[in-house]
Design a protein around this ligand. Structure first.
Ligand code: BES
Ligand code: ZN
Length: 638
């Protein structure tokens, strides 16, 4: 539990466990940061970092420009986790009010790290004199530790090119503090600049202005002129090539992947155009895509100007590119209007899933969008079945828990259903006007669920009274389960799939006589809705006919492997092992481990393969799989 003491927030270990009845939540209070944001707020971040790909260390200096809100404050509290802090300095002009000639003088300041909390890391407490000046600049000389949770260091062998090492960051939600000491809370927004020094044969890219024509010389400069929350600061270093896909779009990827990536993501400009038409201007100048190695732990990460994307999206037929529509949609919901705390994550993700679907409908047709909505609903139902009621709500209580490990479809799919419900109730025209107004009103702001509520009341519920009550909207946000009057998606394209499945199960239809014109989403629906038990011979016939075990579509492969495990279909296990040791995307592998853990032999297989695969996983994936494979040892599991 966390208490505030004399303006300082301290974490206390050993107090009520997660889920215990705590005091009421204080909306807008970030329970996942130590930063004393009521006294200081970062406005600009300047990084000067050296990337040692062999030593696996980032070292250098961060300069934080801070606005001082409290002249009496004598301590600045930052977030830090797994960092070595070498020195902390303050710009002397902040103290003396003058420079010595043209030179900036930096004065060392006393600092200490509080006892670390296993989830949050340490409060980095810096002593400062009280001041009436409006702001100060702090410089911290630091380096990362091998345990840094946001970083994955890949050896050359773990990359597609196999010749050069690779580094990338995944900072959302609270990982930025493992590679930069800062106010690691989404309610603080700052612009940033960075100088990145690398070995001279690799390329560095960031969530900022990137120059695709920059020569490989080991020195890279970046500017992010728009104020963003810390979780959107991102960096990748590796043997990257660039390929343009449009006037303001392109892909960065390793050489063996870049051509296929550019082909797969050729519609990005059409997606931006669709987004702009629906939700207002794209405000981030360029939109590039960085394709990561297969160990990347998420499908995509909306790092501004440069989405980070899993290579598992490249299926060869653009069938999985809704992930791009999703990350692009975050350019409005998430990056422009941001959740103020991790309890408010649903504001980022629900709007984004909704926008994603609207963009998909324009670029790939209503049918594709509605099929994906139905699959999303099915996935939500599976999550609701396993989650305790307190975790089935949109505005979730994450106190004392790692937001990373309480991850589910609720903020995504239930959140989207809330927005679809509002759309259905008020009509698309009014809802679209509301959305545009919302993005304009809160552009470059971080907001809470309660601020959203107020805006919703004013601009929709009270503006068109008698349609949805305040209580109904609040129930969507705070009640578990699915509202009775939810408007559930349906897709006509799934009817033939249901019919074929039933007929095949009843022995009335042979493989190869159906499914010849099905798209990816229909195959997923076919496989995901199989009965609990199938016979080995049935699976063998399917596999023979459709080649599931060797599918080049990572999602179809995933759905197939669930059946392989559930039915102990031995011919699929070699492929399963290969899949689990190459793919690091949590959403694709966690359900496979969970399925394996249901039987003693599966359990042994899971433990063996996890031990083998672990060195190739990102720390985030390791932590998530750990809770499944070793539930009692792993932290944060319950
Ligand atoms: N911002 C999320 C990823 C994220 C959320 C990372 C919370 C850490 C904490 C990203 O936009 C996302 O939602 N990715 C999805 C893909 C999407 C198509 C649903 C994913 O990774 O599966
Ligand atoms: Zn998202």
């Amino acid at each position: 539990m966390r208490v505030r003491a004399a303006g300082l927030i301290i974490a206390c270990a050993g107090l009520p466990a997660a889920g215990a009845d705590l005091s009421p939540i204080e909306p807008g209070f970030d329970y996942h940061s130590f930063a004393n944001v009521d006294q200081f707020r970062t406005t600009h971040i300047d990084l000067d970092l050296r990337i040692d790909l062999e030593g696996k260390v980032i070292s250098g200096v961060v300069e934080l420009e801070l606005k001082r809100l409290d002249p009496r404050a004598t301590q600045l509290v930052l977030d830090a986790k797994d960092l070595m802090i070498n020195d902390v300095m303050q710009k002397s002009t902040d103290v003396l009010g003058a420079t010595a000639g043209n030179q900036t003088i930096w004065v060392s300041r006393p600092f200490h790290l509080e006892k670390p909390d296993p989830i949050l890391g340490s409060a980095l407490v810096i002593d400062l004199p009280p001041s009436r000046r409006p702001g100060e600049s702090i410089r911290i000389d630091y380096e990362t530790l091998p345990s840094a949770g946001a970083l994955q260091w890949l050896t050359p062998k773990q990359t597609a090119g196999r010749h050069k090492a690779f580094l990338y960051t995944q900072s959302e939600p609270i990982g930025a503090r493992t590679w930069i000491p800062l106010q690691d809370t989404p309610q603080v927004r700052a612009t940033y600049k960075a100088k990145i020094h690398t070995p001279s044969d690799v390329v560095a890219v960031m969530s900022a202005e990137n120059d695709p024509t920059h020569k490989r010389n080991g020195e890279y400069s970046f500017v992010m002129p728009q104020a963003i929350p810390s979780y959107l600061i991102a960096l990748a270093v590796g043997d990257l090539q660039f390929k343009e896909t449009g006037p303001r779009t392109g892909v960065y990827a390793e050489k063996p992947v870049v051509k296929a990536a550019a082909k797969e993501f050729a519609d990005t400009e059409s997606m931006i155009a669709a987004g702009e038409k629906l939700f207002g201007p794209y405000r981030w100048t360029r939109y590039d895509i960085l394709v990561l190695p297969p160990s990347f732990p998420v499908g995509g990460m909306e790092n501004p100007r440069l989405s980070f994307i899993t290579p598992t999206v490249i299926a060869g037929d653009k069938s999985l590119v809704s992930v791009i529509a999703h990350e692009l949609a975050h350019s409005w919901s998430g990056n422009l209007v941001t959740n103020a705390t991790w309890r408010d994550l649903w504001l980022n993700e629900a709007f984004t899933v909704y926008l994603e679907s609207r963009i998909t409908a324009v670029v790939y047709g209503e049918q594709r969008a509605s099929m994906e909505e139905v699959l999303g609903l099915q996935s939500l139902r599976r999550d609701l079945a396993r989650l305790p009621p307190k975790d089935q709500v949109l505005a979730i209580d994450l106190r004392d828990r790692d937001p990373e490990l309480v991850f589910s479809d609720v903020p995504y799919q239930k959140g989207r259903l809330f927005l679809s419900y509002l759309e259905a109730k008020f009509g698309r025209e009014r809802f679209d006007a509301f959305l545009r107004g919302y993005f304009d009103h809160f552009a470059f702001k971080s907001i809470t669920t309660e601020q959203f509520d107020q805006y919703l009341n004013e601009h929709l519920l009270d503006r068109f009274p008698g349609i949805v009550t305040h209580a109904e909207a609040l129930a969507w946000e705070h009640d578990p389960g699915l509202a009775m009057d939810a408007v559930l998606p349906v897709s006509g394209a799934f009817s033939p799939v249901d019919e074929a499945r039933t007929a095949w199960l009843g022995g009335k239809l042979e493989p190869k006589t159906f499914g010849l014109d099905w798209v990816t989403q229909q195959w997923l629906y076919f496989l995901d809705n199989m009965p609990a038990a199938l016979r080995a011979e049935q699976l063998a016939r399917l596999d023979q006919a459709y080649g599931f075990t060797r599918s080049s579509n990572a999602e179809i492969e995933h759905s197939w492997l669930v059946l392989v495990i559930r039915n102990d279909y031995q011919p699929g296990f070699a492929r399963l092992e290969e899949y689990l040791t190459t793919v690091g995307r949590r959403k694709l592998i966690a359900p496979l481990y969970a399925e394996l853990m249901k039987t003693p032999s599966g359990n042994a297989f899971a433990k063996r393969v996890f031990a083998k695969a672990m060195p190739g996983y990102h720390p985030v994936t390791v932590a998530a799989i750990e809770t499944i494979v070793n539930p009692t040892v792993a932290e944060g599991s319950e």
